[in-house]
Design a protein around this ligand. Structure first.
Ligand code: DGP
Length: 117
């Protein structure tokens, strides 16, 4: 089910243009408009799920398909090392309320308290 007022549903439907990097029956992926790494893609389910909080037994297949899609994309584009991030909720940095996983690569990444906030 799509949500007619959702930005990413409109991108999936082609109503708003995007730079597609991957697509199958379950998943659409495109370049983040505001990249924070040399490679920065967004992987989204082709159904409206607002956020990780709403993943359940009925829709978790989409999450599995997204991780398959990320692995395929990495293989095709020969991306050996990458980070996958999901922001859930406003304080965690979620700004678009359609479940999405950031795939980022191409830079040495830090880890630890200093990467938050
Ligand atoms: P988050 O902050 O985790 O909700 O990530 C949302 C991301 O979506 C953010 O990195 C910028 C990206 N974004 C927002 N609007 C658009 C858009 O219209 N097109 C594309 N390609 N990316 C967008």
């Amino acid at each position: 089910m799509m949500d007619k007022d959702c930005l990413f549903c409109k991108i999936i439907a082609g109503e708003i243009p995007s730079a597609k990097v991957y697509e199958d029956d379950y998943v659409y992926a495109f370049k983040d408009v505001n990249p924070i790494a040399p490679t920065h893609y967004l992987f989204v389910p082709k159904t409206h799920i607002c956020c990780a909080k709403k993943i359940n037994a009925e829709n978790s297949q989409y999450v599995a398909k997204i991780f398959e899609a990320i692995a395929k994309t990495a293989e095709t584009e020969k991306i050996d090392s990458y980070r996958i991030i999901n922001n859930c909720g406003e304080e965690a940095g979620q700004s678009v309320m359609h479940l999405h996983f950031h795939m980022m690569a191409g830079v040495k990444m830090g880890w630890g308290k200093h990467s938050l906030g």
